[in-house]
Design a protein around this ligand. Sequence first.
Ligand code: ZN
Length: 370
Amino acid sequence: MADHYEVLGVARDASQDEIKKAYRRLARQLHPDVNPGDDASERFKLVTHAYDVLSDEESRRRYDMGGDENGGFGAGGFGGFGDIFETFFGAAGGGRSARPRSRRERGQDALVRVNLDLGDVVFGAHRDIEVDTAVLCETCHGSCCQEGTSPVTCDICGGSGHVQRQVRSLLGNVVTSQPCGTCEGYGTTIPYPCATCGGQGRVRSRRTVSLDIPAGVETGLRLQLPGSGEVGKAGGPNGDLYVEVTVASHPTFSREGDDVLATLEVAMTDAILGTETTIEGLDGPVELEVRPGVQSGDVLTIKGRGITPLRGTQRGDLRVGVQVLTPTKLDSAQRRLIEDFAKKAKAPEPQLAQFQQGLFSKLRDRFRGH
Ligand code: ZN
């Protein structure tokens, strides 16, 4: 093996600064990204190894004494090249990555949909949702390797993750750097992939995610659960989980902002005499008082029985629009009573007033405060 001092072209008593300068100059000259070809690559390895030994005082002392220099050209010694090179030149040299890419990748985000009804929206809801996604391989714990084995430096690219190709062109030979096809740019290959995950470090699995859905959500809203998405390749960090909410329409109640709307059908006689009734609200029974003489389109407002807003604690209102039902079938006795009532009440003649778009729009207008 060549003498490390000779390789770097420095004196045996060179200072650390001189050693560093010498390495920097040679590495620039010889780095495989800059200077392709087997010869330069071999010299680059020698130079880097020499620097590796001499830049550390302890290993330099051992080397000077002719002892074990603690290293060599095995996978361990070679693994340090990228780091040393990066120290001097930064991660990317001239737009090309000097380092192999990491096998660990962040997992993708996952999206699941959850269906709610309006009742769930009032206070919020709890759901256990099934998520079909990638989870960490229990066998290799993300190492991708069979037990007792580990990735080895790629023979083709020597661990850099990149190979140089010389292309002949009109301007002469052009050198391009591209990801190594053998190791896919990782710089290492896995000789014995984990059998459970096929060397991916993760497996698909169905898991249950416990989810608290806040009150006040609306259809189309996406809740983000950071880190609950799929696990990354080779034990990389998890993506996020998004839960998209769909709120089913309710047969009786509808929503306007934080208010809940419904219609109360009241018999003509109750409308005249007034009554009390209990309706089943979204969150339990609600007592309603219908005053005597209530009209179609009157709105009963029950404060604080609407929806808890997504941001805030003040619940909206329950607003019930009254629709008076006129009897359509009377027997003769009932008819006589009504005729008798009409005579005594001296009801006014039908009168012309402004046209109204039926009860529905009348109610809607009143809800809006017109
Ligand atoms: Zn595995």
